[in-house]
Design a binder for this molecule. Structure first.
Ligand SMILES: Cc1cc2nc3c(=O)[nH]c(=O)nc-3n(C[C@H](O)[C@H](O)[C@H](O)COP(=O)(O)OP(=O)(O)OC[C@H]3O[C@@H](n4cnc5c(N)ncnc54)[C@H](O)[C@@H]3O)c2cc1C
Length: 402
C-alpha cells in the first residue's frame, strides 16, 4: 500500500532510537499531566524561524501541548486494495454509475473521478439524475452533472459537516489509494489525478478554502519517490530535496514541494451552497437497500457512498482504514505542512496540517479498524511525537541563530 504519510522507514529508525527519545520526552513533559505538559511541550515564544539557506524557508514552529487541544476526531477511509470504482451498469430500468472507494485520497481525486462518472452518465440534456452521498465525491459529481445540464437530487444519510470528507486533512495528494498502481488502474489513477488537480486550481481562494502551500516531507533516511508521486510528479511544483543544513527541521532530509491544500469544512459548505444555487435538491435519509434505488424517479443514479458502498452494494473488497487527528487551536503564522518526522515518529504516521479551524496533528492509518471513536493512547502518542519534533526544531533554530 502506498502510505507516504506513514514514513515506514522512519518508524524503524524511530523505534531504534525510541529509548533515547522517550527519555527526552519524559524530561520535556516533566510532570506532564499535572500541568507540566503545557510548560514542557509548548514552544511558547517561538521566534519566527529565520533560516538563511534557502531564504524562503521561514517557518514558525507549531505550539504543541495538551492544553491547546480543541478536539480529537477519527474517520474511516473507504479503502479498496484494487483502487476506486468508476463504472456503469444497468439496474432495474436505470443507469447506475458507481464512483466510490477512494481510500486516503478521496478529496484530492474527487473532481477527477466525478468527471469520469459524469462521462459514463452521458449527456444530460434536461434529464434528471440522483447522486447518493454528499461527501467530497458526491458533491463534485453532483456539480458536474448540473454543469452538464442535469437536474440533480442528492440523497444522503449525512451532510457536511458530518461526512468522512469533513475529517480529511486535506492535502491535495492522492496517496494511499490502492495497494498497487500497476496495470490499468494506474492509468485511471493518473487520469483522475490530473483532472482533479486542474479542477481544484479553479477553486483556489478563500471562498472555497483552497490554497497553495509548501509541504515538507521529512525523513532521517534518503527519500525515495513513491509510485503515486512519480506518475504525477509535475503536479508537485517547486520540488527540491534538501540536506539538514538547508532546512529548519530536525530530520536529516526534507523534500519541499508545493501542493494545494483544502479546508474541508469551508470547501464542502461552499459546494453544497453552489449545488443549491444551481437548483439542486437534497433529501436526507439512508438508502438501506438497493431496491430503494429502483423506486427513485431519476433515470440515472450515481453511487458516491464511500465506505457505505460495502453494505449497500455488497462490495466486500472494501476495508475501513481508520485515521485519527488531534486538533490544536488555530495558530496564525504556521503556514506549511509537514509529513513524516524521522526518528520522532515512534509509530503510525506523523503530519501537521495548519487549517483555519485548527492545527491538525496526524495521525493513524489502521487497516481493518472499524471503530470511529478516537483512541486515547493514539492521542497521547500523536501529541508526544509532535511535541518532541517541534521542540527539536526550536533547538535547531537556537543552535543556528543563538
Ligand atoms: C484522518 C483522515 C485524513 C485524510 N486526509 C486526506 C487528505 O489529506 N487528502 C485527501 O484527499 N483525502 C484524505 N482523506 C480521505 C478522504 O477523507 C476520503 O477519501 C473521502 O472523504 C471519501 O469521500 P467520499 O465522498 O467517497 O465519502 P464520504 O465523505 O464518507 O461521503 C459518503 C456519503 O455517502 C453517504 N452514504 C453512505 N452510505 C449511504 C447510504 N446507504 N444511504 C445514503 N447515504 C449514504 C454518507 O452519508 C455521505 O454523505 C483522509 C481521511 C481521514 C479519515
Amino acid at each position: 500500500m502506498h502510505r507516504d504519510h506513514d514514513g515506514a522507514g522512519d518508524r524503524i529508525a524511530g523505534a531504534a532510537r525510541a529509548g533515547l527519545d522517550r527519555r527526552r520526552w519524559l524530561r520535556l513533559a516533566g510532570g506532564a499531566l499535572a500541568g507540566g505538559w503545557a510548560a514542557g511541550c509548548s514552544t511558547a515564544g517561538a521566534a519566527r524561524w529565520a533560516w538563511s539557506a534557502p531564504a524562503r524557508a521561514r517557518v514558525t514552529a507549531a505550539l504543541v501541548s495538551p492544553d491547546r487541544v480543541i478536539r480529537v476526531v477519527a474517520g474511516l477511509r473507504p479503502y479498496r486494495p484494487e483502487g476506486f470504482v468508476v463504472r456503469a451498469e444497468s439496474f432495474a430500468d436505470k443507469l447506475l454509475v458507481h464512483n466510490y472507494g477512494h481510500g486516503g485520497g478521496g478529496v484530492s481525486l474527487s473532481w477527477g473521478t466525478a468527471e469520469m462518472a459524469a462521462d459514463l452518465a452521458g449527456d444530460g440534456g434536461d434529464g434528471e439524475a440522483a447522486v447518493i452521498g454528499a461527501g467530497a465525491v458526491g458533491l463534485a459529481t453532483a456539480r458536474l452533472l448540473q454543469r452538464r445540464g442535469r437536474a440533480v437530487t442528492i440523497y444522503a444519510r449525512d451532510l457536511p459537516p458530518n461526512t468522512t470528507s469533513d475529517i480529511a486533512g486535506a492535502q491535495w495528494s492522492p496517496t494511499s489509494v490502492s495497494d498497487s498502481l500497476d496495470g490499468p488502474f494506474g492509468i485511471r489513477f493518473e487520469r483522475a489525478s490530473r483532472l482533479a488537480h486542474r479542477h481544484f486550481q479553479n477553486l483556489v481562494g478563500p471562498d472555497y478554502g483552497v490554497r497553495w502551500i509548501d509541504n515538507y516531507f521529512l525523513s532521517d533516511s534518503p527519500m525515495r519517490v513513491p509510485d503515486y508521486q512519480s506518475r504525477i510528479r509535475d503536479l508537485y511544483p517547486e520540488w527540491e530535496d534538501l540536506e539538514a543544513d538547508q532546512h529548519p527541521f530536525p530530520t536529516r532530509y526534507a523534500r519541499r514541494v508545493a501542493t494545494m491544500f483544502i479546508e474541508p469544512p469551508r470547501y464542502l459548505r461552499a459546494l453544497l451552497r453552489d449545488f443549491r444555487i444551481a437548483g439542486g435538491r437534497v433529501v436526507v435519509g439512508e438508502i438501506a437497500d438497493p431496491r430503494q434505488l429502483a423506486a427513485l424517479p431519476e433515470p440515472v443514479v450515481v453511487n458516491c457512498t464511500g465506505l457505505g458502498a460495502r453494505a449497500l452494494f455488497g462490495d466486500r473488497s472494501m476495508v475501513a482504514v481508520k485515521g485519527q487527528l488531534v486538533v490544536l487551536r488555530p495558530q496564525p503564522g504556521v503556514d506549511y505542512l509537514t509529513v513524516g518526522g524521522g526518528r520522532f515518529s515512534t509509530e503510525g504516521s506523523q503530519y501537521m496540517f495548519p487549517r483555519d479551524d485548527g492545527i491538525l496533528l496526524g495521525g493513524t492509518f489502521e487497516r481493518g479498524v472499524e471503530t470511529p471513536e478516537p483512541d486515547q493512547a493514539q492521542t497521547e502518542r500523536i501529541l508526544r511525537d509532535h511535541c518532541m519534533f517541534f521542540h527539536a526544531m526550536e533547538d535547531k533554530r537556537r543552535a543556528v541563530n543563538p
